[in-house]
Design a protein around this ligand. Structure first.
Ligand code: XMP
Length: 512
């Protein structure tokens, strides 16, 4: 693999994704990993990520110079570029000329390999206080900017290079090309990481792991569990059984999507458990968000355990398939814990005492790769491109007690909003658009000749890269108008539609 050494910035995963877009497999490793361990992974190249603002900062992470002496191709980015400069004998100084944000980068000389024949000046994203003022000996300077005398250097023979700017972000329009040149032209890595090769690879691994055993997979209707199941189905066929729990908190059409479309696309064995009443009973009288989440999680596990016992009576079901993705793996191994803001319930986030061995065929993949794998496996767009939807479903989008009637009201309003957003071609522009029913709030309205006293529906359209932060999406007024008119006309209990214009932070995406 290409190893991206994470110096603590937000960018390491993004770099790894970009490397994979250049069809080269990559993994993220923490900067605390000893060089010997890094080299033991036999990296095709090492990329040093951005990090804290200054290499001179107290406690700033350093780099063992053995890393650049091992003969492995190395690429430094931003902070990693400065570490590289220092390790190779260049000079890094606080010149007082900081650069943050969009910066013009000028090519010097013939631009070397990295910047060859790029436009003479091109925009790139910078974020640095210190600057490399002198390149290491025998390194050519290939780019410069106002605040960074040395904005790029390389030694193609030594297969070491770096840039001060962030090639991985969208604001550096030539960044991907520069990264690609490092990987293909300087490091000499052959592109091999394609969707077809991922599928082939993972199918082989799953076969090897499961042998002639059988596996269970909990389907949620979401992308990850669907793609994981489809991969395992491709590997072991009949010996996979999927369990789909209808907890009654689903949106319109979701059960059909699993029972009809997913089964048609994969031919998977499916057991649906209708637990709608059970969940409603358990949620009766509950209004506290955390309590709702806990109850839904607990009931889900109980229902699943029953299904598991039924299956185990029939076969050797020792394996449990989960749709764990690579970012979860990186983040859970990444040490520094983030605070638990909401207790996330993942359908499939099952207790440890379940007697299963886990099969996680998406463990190495990013979301966009998972989607491509899904398409490669023949899953329909409706499943593969589905926007995120929380495990606890509509249960946390009814503010107040969850009842059957309220679920119907919300489901109808949600279906209208989704229909109109899709019709307007906005599905790819928004990350998701929760539709929330304020069940304990009433307001006065007038419809026809009569006074109404109904509930508000909140639209919460957000744009986001990863759901960690989000901005509210500026939806076109005519689309908002159509949604509002249709919801108030077609959904009996609702007489008002309001728009949530809060970013995250401070507001989370979901209301509960
Ligand atoms: P918040 O509300 O925390 O949501 O800003 C961030 C993203 O996570 C989704 N979400 C969940 N997903 N189980 C899930 O699988 C959950 O319990 C859960 N809660 C929130 C939410 O829809 C958004 O995409």
């Amino acid at each position: 693999p290409v190893l991206v050494v994470d110096f603590g910035a937000q960018y390491a995963q993004l770099i790894a994704r970009r490397v994979r877009e250049a069809q080269v497999y990559s993994e993220v490793v923490p900067h605390t990993m000893p060089v010997a361990e890094i080299l033991a992974k036999d990296p095709a190249a090492i990329i040093l990520s951005g990090g804290p603002s200054s290499v001179y900062e107290e406690g700033a992470p350093g780099m063992d110079s053995a890393l650049v002496e091992a003969g492995v191709p190395v690429f430094g980015i931003c902070y990693g570029f400065q570490l590289l400069a220092r390790a190779l004998g260049g000079t890094v100084e606080a010149t007082g000329a900081r650069e943050y944000g969009r910066t013009e980068v000028r090519m010097t000389g013939d631009g070397g390999v990295l910047h060859h024949e790029l436009p003479g000046t091109h925009p790139a994203w910078m974020s640095h206080g210190d600057s490399v003022t002198k390149a290491p000996e025998s390194y050519v300077v290939t780019a410069t900017s106002e605040g960074a005398p040395v904005a790029g250097f390389e030694n193609a023979e030594a297969r070491i290079a770096g840039v001060q700017y962030h090639p991985e972000v969208g604001h550096s329009p030539h960044g991907q090309e520069v990264l690609r040149r490092f990987l293909h032209d300087i490091a000499g890595i052959r592109p091999h990481w394609t969707t077809a090769s991922i599928v082939e690879d993972q199918v082989d691994r799953v076969r090897a792991q499961i042998g002639d055993g059988s596996a269970i997979c909990a389907l949620s209707g979401g992308v990850d569990s669907a793609v994981a199941a489809a991969l395992v189905q491709r590997a072991i066929g009949e010996r996979l059984t999927c369990v789909f729990v209808d907890h009654g908190l689903l949106r319109a059409g979701e059960r059909t999507q699993v029972e009809r479309d997913f089964v048609a696309a994969t031919g998977v064995n499916l057991v649906t458990v209708d637990a709608r009443e059970r969940f409603l009973d358990a949620l009766a009288g509950v209004t506290d968000p955390e309590q709702k989440r806990k109850i839904i999680g607990r009931e889900f596990i109980r229902v699943f355990e029953q299904a598991e016992r039924d299956l185990k009576a029939k076969g050797d079901y020792r394996f449990l398939v989960q749709g764990t993705l690579y970012p979860d793996v990186v983040e859970s191994g990444g040490g520094a814990g983030t605070s638990n803001i909401k207790s996330h319930h993942n359908v499939g986030g099952l207790p440890e005492d379940l007697q299963f061995e886990l099969v996680e065929p998406l463990r190495l993949l990013f979301k966009d790769e998972v989607r491509r794998v899904g398409l490669e496996l023949g899953l329909p767009e409706t499943i593969v491109q589905r926007q995120p939807f929380p495990g606890p479903g509509l249960g946390i989008r009814i503010i107040g007690e969850v009842t059957g009637d309220r679920l119907e009201t919300l489901r109808a309003a949600d279906a209208i909003a989704r229909e109109e957003l899709t019709a307007a071609g906005l599905d790819r522009d928004i990350w998701q658009c929760p539709v929330v029913l304020l069940a304990d709030v009433r307001s006065v309205g007038v419809q026809g000749d009569g006074r109404t006293y109904g509930h508000p529906i909140v639209l919460r359209p957000v744009s986001s890269e990863d759901a960690m932060t989000a901005d509210w999406t500026r939806l076109p007024y005519d689309v908002l108008e159509r949604i509002s008119t249709r919801i108030t006309n077609e959904v009996a209990e609702v007489n008002r539609v309001v728009l949530d214009v809060t970013s995250k932070p401070p507001g989370t995406i979901e209301w509960e």
